[in-house]
Design a protein around this ligand. Structure first.
Ligand code: KG4
Ligand code: ZN
Length: 335
């Protein structure tokens, strides 16, 4: 079954053709990041307008690269929540129009579920049940994936998402948006123990995260030293901050796996590209005898191939939408 998938939840307009949830026939991503960088973050109205301009060429390119026309497509999948509402609406409305004109079934896909599904593309043998750490710019969750379309949130962030914390710390150090990627690179040559930063926990909620205190701690460290005219080693600050975030993520994730007796661990979302997170979990899972899966680096960020992968499993489970489909800025992954 070939699915044409569309993603427009944030600042990437993307389309892909995916066969049977696992095989990517094409994947096109048009990023707007250069333009948003000028403002230090995503400007929602600009994002919507760029999606409106890019969606037709991006979808056409995805069909072309797959060497298909709409006649060779069996269903459409589109991200409908969560995300920037104006951005989501561009993809949703385009997909509805396409469904109406072709008669193809339309499958609505939850953005975080699709991040998880990026792993089905990168790891052909992976099947639920497994425990997944979903870490992106807007969310940080530990999710029990009981089946392809049945999920339960085990832990969540109480304030900032991991990606958001990375981006804000990076911005304070003058790195361009989204700074998480560069912070990760700079951290590679630093000492993770150079600065003592808090590794916050949430009282009575061992699987929940809290990153805002840690973010404030690193911002204060940078501001205080600037005021005193002391120059800090940037690589050491990056390494210490990255270590603190990754340690919080891994500690809670591994504890949840132990407590729930799960032996298959998976990561997903933009922050799953983080080098230290990937290394640490690979090593810790090997020590504990857990199976560990991660998406290929090119599938960690927003793309439509992952929407086609999850769309397939949602379709099999009977989830299709009519022409009254709407977009939603927030929605639980459990819905
Ligand atoms: O999943 P994603 O592409 O978009 C959302 O759904 O939010 O995640 C983007 C986030 C950004 O905050 C970005 O800085 C972060 O993922 N990110 C990273 C790395 N690569 C991307 N954070 C830390 N280390 C990385 N290597
Ligand atoms: Zn995302």
């Amino acid at each position: 079954m070939k699915i044409l998938a569309i993603e427009s939840s944030c600042d990437e307009t993307a389309a892909a053709v995916v066969e049977d949830g696992r095989k990517v026939l094409s994947s096109v991503v048009a990023s707007q990041v250069e333009e948003h960088r000028l403002y230090g973050g995503v400007v929602p109205e600009i994002a919507s307008r760029r999606h409106a301009e890019a969606i037709v060429p991006v979808v056409s390119e995805a069909l072309e690269q797959a060497e298909l026309t709409l006649e060779g497509i069996d269903a459409l999948a589109v991200t409908y929540a969560p995300g920037l509402i104006g951005a989501l609406l561009v993809g949703v409305n385009f997909a509805k129009g396409l469904s109406l004109s072709t008669g193809l079934p339309l499958v609505p896909v939850h953005h975080l579920r699709s991040h998880i599904a990026s792993n089905y593309i990168s790891n052909n043998k992976l099947k639920p049940p497994f425990l997944c750490l979903v870490v992106s710019g807007g969310h940080s969750h530990i999710v029990m994936v009981e089946d392809y379309t049945k999920m339960k949130i085990i832990g969540r962030t109480r304030d900032d998402a991991a990606g958001e914390a990375f981006d804000k710390a990076a911005r304070t150090m003058g790195m361009p948006y989204p700074g998480g990627i560069e912070l990760d690179k700079v951290a590679e040559s630093g000492d993770p123990h150079a600065f003592k930063l808090p590794h916050p926990t949430v009282h009575d909620a061992p699987y929940d995260f809290s990153f805002s205190g840690l973010k404030t701690a690193v911002i204060n460290l940078l501001h205080n030293s600037a005021q005193k005219g002391v120059e800090l080693n940037k690589a050491d600050v990056c390494a210490s901050f990255r270590y603190a975030v990754v340690d919080c993520l891994c500690t809670n994730f591994l504890k949840a796996a132990n407590d729930l007796n799960v032996d298959t661990l998976v990561i997903a979302g933009g922050v799953s590209a983080n080098s230290l997170l990937r290394r640490t979990l690979s090593q810790e899972c090997e020590k504990r005898g857990f199976k560990f899966y991660m998406p290929g680096k090119s599938l960690c960020g927003d793309n439509a191939a992952m929407v086609g992968a999850q769309g397939y499993y949602e379709y099999i489970a009977g989830k299709t939408a009519g022409t009254d489909l709407n977009a939603y800025a927030t929605m639980s992954i459990e819905e």
